[in-house]
Design a protein around this ligand. Sequence first.
Ligand SMILES: [Zn+2]
Ligand SMILES: [Zn+2]
Length: 369
Amino acid sequence: MRAMVMHKQREPLVLMDVPRPMPEPGQVLVKVSCCGVCRTDLHVVDGDLTEPKLPLIPGHQVVGVVAELGGGDVYGLSVGAKVGIPWLGGSCGQCAYCQRGEENLCDASRYTGYQLDGGFAEYCAADARFCFPLPAGYPDLQAAPLLCAGLIGYRSYRMACLDDDESGVGAKPCFAHCQGSEPEGRSMASPLPHHGNRVPPFQRLGLFGFGAAAHIVSQVARFQGREVYAFTKPGDASAQVFARELGAVWAGDSFSPAPKELDCAIIFAPAGELVPAALKAVRRGGRVICAGIHMSDIPSFPYSILWGERSIKSVANLTRRDGEEFLALAPEVPVQTTVHPYPLERANEALDDLRAGRFNGQAVIVVDE
Ligand SMILES: [Zn+2]
Ligand SMILES: [Zn+2]
């Protein structure tokens, strides 16, 4: 089969004829239709992530059709099923992280296009348990960005805006002081959800770096009634226009002050200096989520910009729960993806264009037209 192969980091991928993978028990062989190009692929090729298998076929937003079953239990997948293969390619299922549902943190987890061959090829073998059925209504090209920009973007978004924790988002109970219209007789022991005058806690969301993930997250945030503030590389007028087209109420330079105090922010760009910038932009109790797998060093900053119960948290990888939630939500929004197709043999050009920020949305390698 044809594949773009990385023999060494910091060198261009090479178009080669390599043997088609044989699916092992529990795996499926997927005939690849297309595969998204993610910033993580750049980190792999550029050597920021230091432990790839070599030689490696990169690519972890793989859209295709099951061509062969590896035997054993393939979890209901059958030949002809359309599936997506994401970054998380496997986890041990046994360790404490896996048992807690934190398979994204498992020491033995393995990643597509990093420790496992990925989708810059005509075929890709994958563990059936980690493949996702794709939502109807998405052509293959448009589905590819959902698989990483979408999934990890959504995980970041959930941590920024949705996850319930001590800061009280979600079904925060209201107690006796509430002036709302709930029935009498509430007590601390049986709090009722508030229906009245609560200020939504994570309403104003800042997105730092407006690439593939942000272009999806902004649509989800808007759909759920949030305001998006887009921060781009200084002077990147094209990304700012793109952000406004996708519903951002404001778009401007990363280091310019936000026009309003934000409730939360997600940093997608791999630039550590954005962490203090985002902390300064969020209110007391606000959250800053670092969504990338790699970031340059964070400069030191005064404690005062973290104080006031602001928090910083990183997002690592994804879980299958993220995939199930997001792939169910995407068609409801409906999330529309902006894609730039490149034929397989031009994967290096796609990586270069991503590195240089030459397009908005996501590059997708088209394998089978
Ligand atoms: Zn594990
Ligand atoms: Zn990715």
